[in-house]
Design a protein around this ligand. Structure first.
Ligand code: 5CA
Length: 438
């Protein structure tokens, strides 16, 4: 993509209304713009990141055996009356009346809708277990939307829902998601700690929040120091329930809990190794048994012919919140430092002198070769000062920068810089191409 044709409204100054670093950088780097309180437009560069995060989430959901679908954002109030949550949900639910005076709402979550859909589609134990998911916009009329996309009113969520014949099956489904989440966040360069958590308005008694430690996070968290050491999620057979349970037991052996779920005995046992911090909740998983299936009349025929209410769980990931969480975890004083897996472009190609025919020809040529090699490149071909171009590239945080200037052309080299380390090397254009292709 040529920057001369792109929409990238970067700013030098920190916006006054942004309190935390990720929010400031998202505005400064031209990723998003607020269009109403807690509601954001995704500008081209921000959308690329959002899509990359979405792709990783999707790949790991698919790998775990979940099946993708897409449910609408608009829901009917009647659906929520069936579960009894229409009145209980309160002012966070955005309620809308259509032209025929039918009561509608902008979905804050989808337990009711997916239960109704499954009720129509599943007949017997042969149709279970199933886990369905979608990636869809949600609306919650938060009292205090803040920190940009971290706590928005409109936000993108991946939500999955599992249906099993009994509790043992449901726990296996829960464990599948647990491990899928560890893999998902690790691929984004994040260390998300699974913590025992409250279930809130979703209900149920088994729940974990996946929390990325950050001083600006909204949650108070308590954990054993062993979590400070990085671990790579193990590869495990998702169909092997016992193996999966062992992995989950391993991950939950060391103490980690949100404020609401603190355990005095386990904290005493941790002793000096007890840590307190703040964190960002990037995912939340729940097992709630037959709460919705029983309330909404979802019954399937069991092996003995009687009707059984499936045991259910629901599993959320804050897809748009993750953009902010990744920036909180990966930035420096010059701007964002994107992990390779989610970076909007792999390479920022800078032509130092757009007015110099030899520089322009060399930069055009390398841009064409990068494109032919399938390397996603943002090419700063604008007629601007070199210093401003460097500052913009550092701010938007692409993993690699390649700089073409008159001195290098004389020597037959370009400069390759790694954004994360600042390390610079001079090499031929061909060698630079080989390096960024990995
Ligand atoms: N139905 C369940 C699981 S699918 C559910 O709604 N869970 S939740 O309320 O915990 O939301 C799931 C995830 O969405 C959270 O872990 C968080 O990462 C994200 N999220 C929740 N509220 C917001 C918000 N206002 N802005 C941005 N992300 C949010």
């Amino acid at each position: 993509m040529r920057l001369s044709r792109y929409l990238l409204p970067v700013t030098k100054e920190s916006p006054a209304d942004a309190q935390i670093v990720s929010h400031k950088l998202m505005l400064r780097a031209g990723l998003v713009r607020q269009t109403a309180a807690g509601i954001y437009a995704w500008l081209p560069l921000g959308l690329k990141v959002l899509r990359n995060i979405e792709r990783i989430v999707r790949e790991e959901q698919d790998r775990s055996g979940a099946v993708e679908m897409l449910m609408p954002t608009m829901q009917s109030a009647d659906l929520w009356r069936q579960s009894g949550r229409y009145d209980a949900y309160g002012p966070e639910m955005l309620r809308i009346t259509d032209r025929h005076d039918r009561e509608m709402l902008f979905g804050p979550t989808n337990e009711e809708m997916v239960t109704a859909l499954f009720r129509d589609a599943a007949r017997s134990y042969r149709d279970l277990p199933r886990t369905l998911y979608h990636i869809q916009w949600k609306f919650r009329d938060e009292v205090r939307p803040r920190f940009g996309v971290m706590r928005g009113r409109e936000f993108l969520m991946k939500d999955a829902y599992s249906f099993d014949m009994d509790e043992a099956g449901a726990r296996h489904s829960y464990n599948r998601m647990f491990v899928a989440y560890l893999r998902t966040f690790a691929r984004m360069g994040l260390r998300a700690i699974p913590m025992q958590a409250d279930t809130g308005p979703i209900g149920g008694d088994l729940s974990h929040e996946f929390i990325v430690l950050a001083p600006t996070g909204e949650s108070d968290v308590f954990y054993h120091a062993s979590w400070d050491a990085a671990t790579e999620p193990e590869t495990v057979d998702f169909d092997d329930a016992d193996a999966l349970q062992r992995v989950v037991d391993g991950y939950t052996a060391d103490y980690a809990a949100t404020d609401e779920k603190r355990d005095a005995d386990r904290e005493a046992a941790a002793g000096d190794a007890l840590r307190q911090s703040r964190g960002v909740e990037v995912g939340h998983i729940f097992y709630f048994g037959t709460k919705y299936s029983a309330a909404m009349g979802l019954g399937v025929q069991g092996t003995d012919g009687t009707s059984v209410n499936p045991h259910m769980g629901s599993y959320g990931i804050g897809v748009s919140r993750l953009v902010g969480a990744i920036i909180e975890a990966s930035h420096d004083d010059r701007g964002i430092v994107w992990p390779d897996a989610v970076a909007p472009y792999a390479v920022g190609l800078i032509n130092m002198r757009a007015d110099d025919a030899r520089c322009a020809a060399a930069a055009d040529d390398l841009y064409a070769r990068l494109q032919a090699a399938g390397v996603e490149t943002l090419y700063d071909d604008r007629d601007e000062r070199g210093g401003a171009k460097f500052a913009t590239m550092d701010l938007i945080g692409l993993p690699w920068q390649i700089v073409i200037g008159p001195k290098g052309i004389e020597k037959g080299v370009v400069e390759l810089k790694r954004r994360a380390t600042g390390e610079k090397v001079e090499l031929s254009a061909g060698e630079a191409l080989a390096r960024v292709r990995g």
